[in-house]
Design a protein around this ligand. Structure first.
Ligand code: SPV
Ligand code: MG
Length: 556
């Protein structure tokens, strides 16, 4: 929607002030030059009129009725028309002159109409001196006219009810069309003008403009004159300029254009049972999005939604084959191994999504094309066979920004594990499992990703002091181990920057290629970084070998 500004100068001060639509219309009406209003009948056509450069819109009763599928005989109620007008007004920044027919009743209905139009920022209304329910002027002959005094009362009531002092009421004189002659037309115009009408619409259904131009000459510009050259469309526009016509209304041409275009395209699709023939000839879907203003919505979403929602993204490391799974990973990476009907990685991404993670980047390596999950981003570690996890993470370094979850691609966990991670303050937070210490001897032997913490897990309700990481690795002595890292970490914006910087340092000193995530976190600890841990107790597992896989398949 365009907004119109003028510059008001007061005692050396310059500031922009909006000009109301009513004032814009009044300026058009009163300007000495001829100007034009173009018909529209809904939000879309109103936008098209504005887009073309017209300075005002004619909200045609005939067109609005037709677009609603009813006749121009007050079959659409005035509030139904008002709904359409609201869309048109909201969609545009230029003034609208509404075809108010006969005012939908007597003076009292006109009062309410004028107020309701004002509330919707409609600039002006035109009322015609016929009887309710109206009939389109081009239908039949000698339609009865309103009583002059009664019609003047409607004009006065409307003027007394307007909310904006610049709101205009145009009185439409039907005397010529109804066969009452020029004298009657001039008499009525004079009476309506005296009652407060801001302009006179003189209507004719002759094929030439003769009677209109005669009226204009006789009228002598006592008040601005508005015309509707639908029937005398061949008259050169300069004739109106010469007769000081104020506004010419192109009254129904968008509706008629839409009618022929819709008919033609509908018939062609029906006949051809195909869209091929019409595709190039109609507006593109992109055009539809553009005129609807989708660009503005996207900008607003960036402004309002991203600030409110914590946008967490995730990097999932899934480059390795997982050779311990033997034949199962001959043609796919470990992450794509089936766990009860769904690839493990699909389940993992699903859990991330459920927890509100937006962009999920999967780092691929072995048989990368087998990772064909929808709606994920990918990064590739093509040197996966000779490099480790940090090298894979480095391949997604551009995603180390904002809040980001980093995790192994072969783990499954309940959503609340991720919620716990997200709810724990800290720039680098690791989810660790305290119960893994208590597993049976066979399992305990297989434990990896061991962590030592500032305090052991207690499970006490009141124990909510922060716990930090003191050591991480696979070489911790049993009495140094407080838990097992689940394989999930959350980094804040600061934490992500620290991790990115450490990756660069590792690249610099040559340790990047072979390093594991454990090495990365231990290095960060060694440089004095605080790493927070959040204890969880089970509800996750990783799939390392056939034993794990069997367990996973049983548990899911
Ligand atoms: C309309 O557009 O609805 C009008 C103008 O009232 S006319 O159809 O020419 O009467
Ligand atoms: Mg009409």
């Amino acid at each position: 929607m365009t907004s119109n500004l003028n510059v008001a100068r007061r005692a050396g001060e310059t500031r922009a002030e909006p000009v109301s639509k009513a004032a814009q219309f009044r300026a058009l009406l009163n300007a000495p030059e001829l100007d034009f209003l173009m018909e529209a009948h809904n939000g879309l056509s109103a936008k098209i009129v504005e887009e073309a450069g017209f300075k005002g819109i004619w909200a045609s009763g005939l067109s609005i009725s037709s677009a609603l599928g009813v006749r121009d005989s007050n079959e659409a109620s005035w509030t139904q028309v008002l709904e359409v007008l609201e869309f048109m007004s909201d969609a545009t920044g230029i003034p609208i002159l509404v075809d108010g027919d006969t005012g939908y009743g007597n003076f009292n209905n006109v009062r309410r109409l004028v107020q309701k139009l004002g509330q919707r920022d409609i600039a002006a209304v035109c009322i015609e001196d016929k009887l309710f329910p109206k009939t389109n002027s081009f239908i039949g002959q000698a339609q009865p006219l309103a009583d002059i005094a009664e019609f003047c009362g409607k004009i006065k009531a409307g003027k007394d009810s307007q909310l904006d002092e610049d709101f205009s009421i145009i009185a439409r004189v039907e005397a010529l069309i109804s066969g009452w002659g020029m004298e009657e037309a001039l008499k009525r115009a004079e009476a309506y003008h005296a009652a407060g009408a801001d302009g006179i619409l003189i209507h004719s259904k002759m094929a030439t403009a003769d009677e209109i131009l005669t009226f204009a000459r006789e009228w002598g510009n006592r008040a601005p004159v508005v015309i509707v050259p639908t029937m005398y469309y061949r008259t050169p526009t300069d004739a109106y300029r010469e007769h000081e016509i104020s506004l010419a209304i192109w009254a129904n041409h968008n509706l008629r254009a839409a009618l022929s275009a819709m008919r033609a395209v509908t018939q062609r699709i029906k006949d051809e049972e195909s869209l091929v023939g019409v595709e190039e000839e109609i507006a593109s879907v992109r055009d539809v999005f553009d005129i609807a203003g989708n660009k503005e919505l996207a900008e607003a979403e960036r402004r309002y939604l991203e600030a409110a929602e914590r946008k967490t993204s995730a990097i999932v490391l899934a480059a390795s084959r997982g050779s311990k799974l033997g034949k199962l990973t001959e043609d796919k990476p470990k992450g794509m191994v089936d766990v009860r009907g769904e690839p493990l990685l699909k389940r993992l991404v699903g859990t991330l999504r459920e927890a509100g993670v937006g962009d999920v980047t999967v780092v691929r390596g072995w048989k990368k094309d087998a990772i064909d999950l929808p709606s994920i981003s990918t990064a590739d570690n093509d040197a996966f066979a000779t490099t480790g996890e940090v090298a894979s993470l480095a391949c997604a370094a551009d995603k180390l920004a904002g809040d980001v979850v980093v995790g192994y691609g072969d783990i499954l966990f309940r959503r609340f594990v991720l919620d716990a991670l997200n709810d724990t303050p800290g720039d680098i937070v690791l989810a660790v499992d305290a119960l893994s210490r208590g597993r049976d001897a066979g399992e305990a032997e297989r434990l990896v990703d061991l962590v030592g913490c500032s305090r052991p897990f207690t499970g006490d309700f009141l124990d909510d002091e922060p716990v930090t990481l003191t050591r991480i690795g696979n070489d911790l002595a049993p009495d140094q181990v407080d838990a097992e890292w689940v394989g999930l970490a959350r980094l804040s914006e600061t934490g992500a920057a620290r991790v990115a910087a450490e990756i660069e340092a590792m690249r610099g000193d040559g340790s990047l290629a072979k390093a594991s995530l454990l090495d990365l976190f231990q290095r960060l600890l060694d440089t004095g970084e605080t790493i927070t841990v959040v204890y969880v107790t089970g509800h996750w597992f990783d799939v390392d070998d056939a034993f794990d896989l069997a367990k996973a398949r049983n548990l899911m």
